[in-house]
Structure formats: C-alpha cells, structure tokens
Design a protein around this ligand. Structure first.
Ligand SMILES: Cc1ncc(COP(=O)(O)O)c(C=O)c1O
Length: 435
C-alpha cells in the first residue's frame, strides 16, 4: 500500500475552490446535507476504497458517497458493463431489455418482491410508494418515525432532526415546508410497537401507509427491537394499511436481499436506491403485485424521464453480480465487526465512553452513551462535539468519515485498509486523550 500523505496535510486548493464555489453555488455544495462537513474538501478522483483530494492527499473512504459505493470506485467489472452499454445507448425514454433482466433479478433476490418499478433516486421512489399506497387504500395519511429520513420532499422531511422540545409533534425540517403539505404526515417515536398499535387502532381507516427505515441508519444506526418490524407489518395488515420499508440504505447492504432477507420480513413495499447500482443513479420500488395493480388498472401513475435509463440498468446489474460473489456479505459484516471492536477497545483504553450501533457494513459511533440508542431521542444525549474532534483527527490520519458518526464499509476495504484504519484509530484516541 502506497504511503498516505498525512504529515502537514494541507487543504489549500480545497479552500480556494470552496471560496469560489460559495460565490456561485449556494453554500458551495450541491446537497445541503454536505454543508456541515468540515473541512469542506474537493476530491478529484477515487479508486477502490480511496478518495484523492485536489491537494494531493489520499484517504481511505468510509463515506462511500453516503452509501452507494459498496463496490468502491473504478471497479473493473462495473466499468466494463457501463462502458459497453454507453456505446449502445445512454437512455432511450423507451423500454430496454435490461429492464426485464434487472426486474427478474430483483424479484429473484428480494424475498416477497413480485414486481418492481424503476426510478432514479430514493426520494422519488419513496414518493411513488406513498402515491401507490394512497391509491391502493383510498386514504391520505402516512405514518413516519422521528429521526427517519425518506428524502427531501415536504411530506416526508418531517421531524427528521427535531430539537428535544419538538419531540412528539410533526415539525418541518427546513424552510419552505408549509404546514398543509405535511398535515397528512403523522409522526411516532421508533421502536415503540404500542404507539403504532394505538395509532392504527384509532385512525387506521385514515392511514395509507407506515414507512420506516428497517435499521435507523439516518439517526445513529439504531437496531429494531425483536419483533418490532414484524409487529409493524402485522398491525398494518390488520388495519388495511400498506407497510413500506425504506431500504435505501439497508438494501444490498445488510444482505443481498437487504432487510427482507436479513430479518426475514415481507412488507408490502420496499424502496431501494444507493448500493443497488454502486454509484450510478438508480432506484427501485419493489413489492406485492396486488399493490402495484393500481398502476396497471390506470388508477395512478409512476413516471420519470430517466426511469430505466439503460446505462444505469447496466450498472445495477453489474453491481448486483459483483455483490453476489461468494462470501461477499460475510466479509462486509466481519470487517464492520472488527472495526467496531477496535473502536470500542481504543475508547476504553483512552477512558472514553463509546458505544457503536448498527449491523454489518453500516454502523454509528456514539460518544458519551453507555447503551446503544433505541431511537432518535436516545441519540440526542451523545457527545457530537467529541465525534467532530475524532473525525478531524481521523481525517489527518488519512481516514475520511461522514460528519454524523456513521461508517459505511464496502467490498474494496480489505485487510490492508483494516490494519491502516486500526492504527489511525489508535493514534486518534491517543490524540483525544491528550487534548
Ligand atoms: C433511508 C433513505 N431514504 C431515502 C433517501 C433519499 O434518497 P436520495 O438521496 O437518493 O433521494 C435516503 C438518502 O439518504 C435515505 O437514506
């Protein structure tokens, strides 16, 4: 492994570009989720698990572009599939044989998924799920959970990161979200089955769907308690409500068949994006044919210029082929486990309280907590400032992390990266203990 430049790591060119970007791009970033990343680095290329910034620094990347890069960057098999497809067509705005190939593949891999509809992003596919559920049930209300992220649109960006005083009531997460646009969104605390049962018993006749991340990856990687997700599915069935799992993060990550396979569950609909196409723009909504029938019957529509774009279909098929390799998910889980153990050991040695939460190749660090958080409210007690220090020191060690404590692992993280990262963790905790 070539040496990673960590001494006197400088970000001069990134700083210049950031200053220029701020003049002509709002906040200098293309997604507001990135604006709190400090320092704000510009990267010029990526290779396998490595990101290279414009100042010549190399990092082992554990952001995976917020999840999609499960096969790393510049993967030869995915490159070949995409390059070959590029010569045949980019996108056609018409049917392509790979749609059928990919749909067959997905219905084979994802337990209980009988049909799929392609979109481009998780946000769009979530909206399709909601519209289909509303048409299917003839009801308007939707139920989501505090701290869960289902894209940036007004009806779901509700109680995403509420302040402690805002817990318990649906609140807008940013400006430009007029109350009428989310008055049909009901919000509950997560991992509380009694709350779901009570709400559906009282108002089930008004509710089209309950949408949940199966692992609360967007707020601390909280794990579902035993029986909780099945309880949601059962309760939904009892009240004629559509159960929707937002598998944008867990899909093609917890297992090839995502949370459906990992937890052995069969919700009515599931949303996939991110890892499904290894970094290309692709999302899919999958689920029961009976629910999708509202489209066949002409009761509603699912649309998008780029839906089923041939290059993205090729990328998805290639990514899924790569992920279908022997032992792929066992290795991902083992790597995640090894990292978490090392982090906890290093924290103990440094006399710092730390828990990690999550499973396999996506987990979060929580400084200052004694127990794994069960839901968003629990994560509010974590020491975010200490994680920010940790992240800054890790960056200096050549490790690139997300700003919220979450780690993503991909198949190009190997023993060499693990060894390097362990050393970086040790150095960082030594720095934290001395600060
Ligand atoms: C669980 C979940 N759902 C939906 C989305 C929205 O997906 P996209 O950013 O592709 O629109 C995200 C994005 O992070 C997500 O994590």
């Amino acid at each position: 492994m070539a040496t990673i430049k960590t001494e006197n790591m400088e970000h001069i060119r990134s700083e210049q570009l950031y200053a220029e970007a701020c003049e002509i791009i709002p906040c200098g970033v293309s997604s507001s989720m990135r604006k709190n990343v400090k320092p704000l680095l510009f990267f010029e290329r990526a290779e396998g698990p490595y990101y290279f910034d414009v100042d010549g620094n190399r990092y082992i990347d554990y952001t995976l572009a917020w999840g999609p890069l499960i096969a790393g960057s510049n993967h030869p098999f995915i490159n070949k599939a995409v390059a070959e497809q590029l010569q045949r067509s980019y996108t056609l705005g018409a049917q392509h044989p790979l749609e059928v190939t990919l749909a067959k593949k997905l219905t084979g891999i994802l337990p209980g998924v009988e049909q799929v509809a392609f979109s481009n992003t998780g946000s769009e596919a979530v909206q399709s799920a909601i519209r289909i559920a509303r048409t299917y049930t003839g009801r308007n209300k939707i139920v989501k959970f505090e701290g869960h992220y289902h894209g940036w649109l007004n009806n779901v960006l509700v109680s995403y990161k509420p302040q402690p005083a805002q817990l318990g009531t649906p609140v807008a997460s940013c400006g430009g979200q007029p109350a009428p646009e989310f008055e049909d969104t009901l919000v509950l605390p997560w991992n509380n089955l009694a709350a779901v049962k009570e709400l559906l018993a009282a108002r089930g006749h008004e509710i089209a769907c309950v949408i949940t991340e199966p692992v609360l990856a967007n707020s601390g990687c909280c794990m579902p308690e035993e029986g909780y997700l099945q309880g949601i599915i059962d309760c939904c069935r009892e009240h004629g409500v559509v159960s929707v799992f937002d598998e944008v993060i867990t899909g093609f990550r917890l297992a090839l068949g995502g949370a459906r396979e990992y937890f052995g569950l069969r919700p009515d609909l599931s949303v996939y994006a991110k890892a499904i196409a290894g970094g290309f723009t692709m999302a899919a909504l999958g689920g029961r044919k009976a629910v999708f029938d509202v489209i066949r019957e002409g009761k509603t529509i699912h649309a998008g210029t780029y839906n089923g774009a041939s290059v993205n279909l090729a990328a998805a098929l290639a990514t899924i082929t790569v992920l279908s390799g022997d032992g792929c998910f066992t290795r991902l889980h083992a790597y995640g486990h090894a990292l978490r153990e090392h982090l906890q050991l290093a924290a103990r040695k440094a006399g710092l309280l730390l828990v990690t939460a999550g499973t396999g190749s996506v987990f979060s660090m929580h400084f200052g907590l004694r127990e794994e958080p069960r839901n968003y409210a629990d994560t509010l007690a974590a020491d975010a400032a200490l994680f920010a220090k940790f992240r800054a020191l890790m960056l200096h060690e050549g490790i690139h992390l997300l700003p919220d404590g979450r780690w993503y692992i991909g198949i190009t993280h190997t023993d060499a990266e693990l060894a390097f990262t362990r050393q970086a963790i040790d150095n960082t905790f030594a720095g934290l203990a001395g600060s």
